[in-house]
Design a protein around this ligand. Structure first.
Ligand code: DWN
Length: 395
């Protein structure tokens, strides 16, 4: 039974960056009540009332997976690793975004699934691309009476799909006998430990745990056989799933992770009720710090127009009273305004300059890459603010 444990208030669609802030544009903005629930039957943590995917994944989808060096490197490494371990001949990626993963494979061996038409157009130039949502109908269209996939990969996508039964049934149909399904998504343990409540937004219908994924796989004639902790997106889990009667046996690492999650009580509602209290404290502490810095006439910006910071700004009611503007390297975000709080987004070239005293880390999951890149800012006394795992000024 699903029980609500977190209320993040009225939220816009996380990637609905506004082209302008005219009354007409603002009037049309869509908001929904974002609450998060825990299901004590299958241990799934999910957005209680998911938003219709058709209003999320449009032909103007903003996120580009290849925007950060960290992710380009991460996808290259996993592609090499999967190639070496499983030697797949037929590869499919669900949620191929701008091709940052599939570009590491020979183009004739790859099928890309990407419902956002502006992104599907990019991969279609080189790879067989289906600009559709993943479901059983599409799976039958691609694989019926054809060689099945040896590797199906999906990063930061399966957690975005409300109907897991439909998704996993379509996967089971599409996999070869010893084919493997590899997914990676932000991990529930990292969200709880980091207090990174901004990982909850309309697209992140689920924040998975190994316990939950294991349950979903079992219900669909599949099984989780291996797992890896990875550092991307603030701490993610990479799940290795195969058909029930496949040759792969459960690894020691998976047994260890399942044990760890039980020790962290990720299968108990009380864990998430405590988490919710820490989220409320984080909001209070952040506003207190921003008020103090504004009283000292400090200029504060936000670094990275992330979907995550949409949740945080709207939950904490942070707007231009605190944040002058947001800088972001993604061209199609520059010149726009953040969803809900309408803070202007400009290029780092234009906005990350001597006038800035503090930069809130909207893209905290790239802290290492950013601190390395912005050494000059830090040297001249500029400071970063983070909320993960608690509110602090990075010295
Ligand atoms: O799950 C999702 C993740 C993978 O990407 C999607 N649902 C949506 C999106 O979420 P996000 O926007 O929170 O993702 P990122 O990758 O944390 O976004 C980073 C943003 O920061 C990008 O817009 C690029 C920008 N950036 C920057 O301006 N300077 C990033 C780096 C590293 C930089 O140095």
């Amino acid at each position: 039974m699903k029980k609500k444990f977190l209320n993040l208030g009225s939220q816009p669609i996380a990637n609905s960056f506004l082209p302008n802030v005219s009354k007409k544009t603002i009037k049309k903005e869509f908001f929904y009540k974002l609450t998060v629930s825990f299901d004590d039957k299958d241990y799934l943590v999910s957005v209680t009332n998911p938003v219709n995917p058709k209003i999320q994944y449009t032909d103007k989808y903003a996120h580009r997976a290849s925007e950060s060096k960290t992710m380009r490197k991460a996808f290259k490494n996993i592609a090499l690793k999967l190639n070496k371990r499983f030697k797949p001949k037929k590869i499919m990626e669900i949620g191929s975004n701008d091709g940052v993963f599939i570009k590491n494979f020979p183009q004739n061996n790859v099928i890309a699934i990407e419902p956002c038409k502006n992104l599907a157009k990019i991969t279609a130039k080189k790879f067989k691309t289906y600009p559709n949502f993943w479901n059983q109908k599409l799976a039958h269209k691609i694989f019926k009476n054809k060689k099945k996939a040896d590797l199906i990969f999906s990063a930061n996508t399966i957690s975005h799909i409300p109907n897991l039964k439909e998704t996993f049934k379509a996967i089971e149909f599409s996999l070869s006998e010893n084919g493997i399904f590899v997914i990676e998504d932000p991990s529930l343990s990292s969200v709880v430990i980091n207090n990174s409540y901004d990982q909850f937004y309309d697209e992140h219908v689920y924040i998975f745990s190994a316990l939950a994924i294991s349950n979903i796989a079992k219900k669909n004639n599949l099984r989780l056989f291996d797992i890896e902790n990875i550092s991307t997106h603030g701490g993610s889990l990479r799940y290795y799933i195969c058909k029930n009667n496949s040759k792969y046996i459960i690894t020691k690492n998976l047994i260890k992770v399942i044990k760890y999650e039980k020790k962290k009580s990720l299968n108990k509602l009380s864990t998430f009720k405590n988490f919710s209290k820490r989220v409320e404290k984080s909001k209070k502490d952040l506003i207190k710090l921003l008020n103090k810095l504004k009283k000292q006439n400090k200029k504060i910006i936000s670094y990275g127009a992330t979907y995550k910071s949409t949740t945080l700004f709207n939950y904490c009611n942070i707007d231009k009273r605190y944040i002058d503007y947001v800088t972001d390297t993604t061209i199609n975000k520059q010149g726009k305004f953040t969803p809900g709080k309408h803070i202007p987004i400009i290029s780092p070239k234009k906005g990350f300059n001597e006038s800035v005293d503090y930069a809130f880390l909207g893209a905290w999951n790239f802290k290492k890459e950013i601190l390395k890149k912005e050494k000059k800012f830090i040297k001249r006394g500029g400071k970063f603010i983070t909320h993960v795992p608690f509110i602090k000024i990075l010295s």
